[in-house]
Design a protein. Structure first.
Length: 196
């Protein structure tokens, strides 16, 4: 049910995000920055696998990034939630990735970094308009539970205006993250162009 091929990739991205605060469009981060945003760096084995991501485009709340490794190239669209509820809970940053790795024959893979450890036995869902998709979680990462539904999920994202992700933490706190979807279609077009 989980996505084992994603776990190594998510571990690398989690490390990058937690240690380097990956640059996202200002609206997505909810902060204004006057200086150039820092780019993440990876070290050790992770650096050899993924290379250093660089931002190649920005559309609404969505950034497009490319990481070139020794033998592989990864392209992804990335956004942070615009709203996190309840606001009083302390959580690490959350991100939604849609990644393509041509060398691994992976296209439009959905990965979510929740910003907290998810209670694996509790339901987790992604909702777009009237459509709802079950999620599977491991640690602080989540994926679409049924991989066969990923194409429908992508299409719903392209047509929608807001994505809502709901999950429970280990402590039992039910959280809701809302992502804006404006600019996603253009971001995915650039991902496809950068990683054909």
């Amino acid at each position: 049910m989980s996505h084992p091929s994603s776990h190594g990739f998510m571990a690398v991205l989690s490390l990058v995000l937690c240690t380097a605060l990956l640059a996202v469009p200002e609206e997505a981060a909810g902060k204004s920055r006057n200086k150039e945003q820092p780019q993440p760096s990876t070290t050790g084995a992770e650096g050899k696998k993924g290379g250093k991501p660089s931002q190649v485009g920005s559309f609404g709340d969505w950034g497009v990034f490319v990481a070139q490794g020794d033998k592989t190239k990864t392209c992804y669209a990335l956004a942070a939630p615009k709203e996190r509820l309840p606001a009083k809970l302390h959580r690490d940053p959350a991100y939604l990735f849609i990644s393509t790795r041509p060398g691994d024959h992976v296209r439009s893979e959905i990965s979510i970094i929740m910003g907290f450890t998810v209670k694996e036995s509790a339901p987790a869902r992604a909702e777009i308009g009237g459509a709802s998709f079950d999620l599977v979680a491991k640690g602080s990462n989540a994926w679409i539970k049924n991989q066969a539904e990923e194409p429908q999920f992508i299409e719903a994202l392209k047509k929608g205006t807001k994505l809502t992700v709901k999950a429970s933490s280990l402590k039992g706190n039910v959280t809701t993250d809302n992502y804006a979807l404006v600019g996603l279609s253009q971001a995915l077009e650039l991902v496809a162009k950068e990683c054909p």
